[in-house]
Design a protein around this ligand. Structure first.
Ligand SMILES: [Zn+2]
Length: 274
């Protein structure tokens, strides 16, 4: 008798578990790669060569010391050779990569192509958040890359609604709307407060986000980012952690807002979705 693996309940469950493990492990590895991107992209260094090495003693990191999260825990956050501490941010970014992959697969289980595309975009947003925190810059490779990839992959994006041309149109429209909206708000903010609140990097990033989430998603992302960013900024000021004129990067809030908008349609687009 010929058995079909997908009709046999035990194999189907095993396949499901294997798929979950595959996505979470992929996410952890992408998180590990994000650490490389976050460190090297703003410095204009190659993302491939040389391989991972300790930033202090320059010795290469062996593959068994490069297992996401686990190696950091086993080495108790220290380099095997020079024993200098390795920032907790490395395992955090790896863990976030794994969590994003789990969230993607929970949301779009079975949709392999779209899940891969969405995860790549979310990983790019993760890199943007940390790079902007470190450098106050958002590399064009990530913001414009998101815009280009979002438009190219829009036929896979069921969240944009419609069929091929509808999705493509919604993606291009979302990018243009995101760009115009963020530019408008940035220009108005500069006039009002006489200082730059958002930079060109933020404007290009919201165009990238719009290409994936559509116009309403870009709007929701900016609203969410403003709420969370303003709230956090007020808390920083009130607790005396920053001074009034000290700039805080906006990219991390845009990235966070975009990540939420990727999964959930919010009622924040209220004036437009009546
Ligand atoms: Zn070292």
């Amino acid at each position: 008798m010929i058995s079909n693996a997908f009709q046999d309940p035990t194999s189907a469950a095993a396949f499901q578990t294997a798929a979950w493990a595959f996505w979470v492990l992929t996410g952890l590895c992408l998180g590990s790669f994000s650490n490389v991107v976050i460190h090297r992209l703003p410095r204009g260094r190659s993302l491939v060569r040389p391989g991972s090495h300790c930033p202090r003693c320059r010795r290469p990191v062996a593959f068994y010391d490069n297992v996401p999260v686990l190696s950091w825990l086993l080495l108790r956050g220290r380099c095997r050779h020079c024993e200098k501490p390795i920032s907790w941010r490395y395992p955090l970014v790896e863990l976030l990569g794994g969590l994003l992959a789990a969230a993607v697969w929970r949301h779009w289980e079975g949709q392999w192509a779209w899940a891969a595309a969405a995860l790549a975009a979310l990983i790019a947003l993760l890199c943007v958040a940390f790079i902007d925190c470190d450098t106050f810059l958002i590399p064009d490779e990530l913001s414009l890359g998101l815009a280009a990839a979002g438009i190219l992959l829009s036929p896979l994006n069921a969240g944009l609604g419609g069929a091929f041309w509808g999705r493509l149109g919604a993606s291009v429209g979302g990018a243009v709307f995101g760009l115009a909206l963020c530019w408008g708000v940035a220009a108005a903010g500069e006039k009002l407060f006489k200082r730059e609140a958002m930079g060109a990097g933020d404007v290009k990033l919201l165009a990238g986000v719009g290409a994936w989430t559509g116009a309403l998603g870009a709007f929701d992302t900016l609203m969410l980012a403003s709420f969370v960013g303003a709230g956090y900024g007020v808390w920083l000021l009130a607790s005396g952690r920053i001074k009034r004129q000290e700039p805080i990067p906006f990219g991390p809030y845009l990235s966070l807002g975009a990540m939420i908008t990727f999964f959930y349609k919010l009622p924040l687009g209220f004036p437009f979705n009546l």
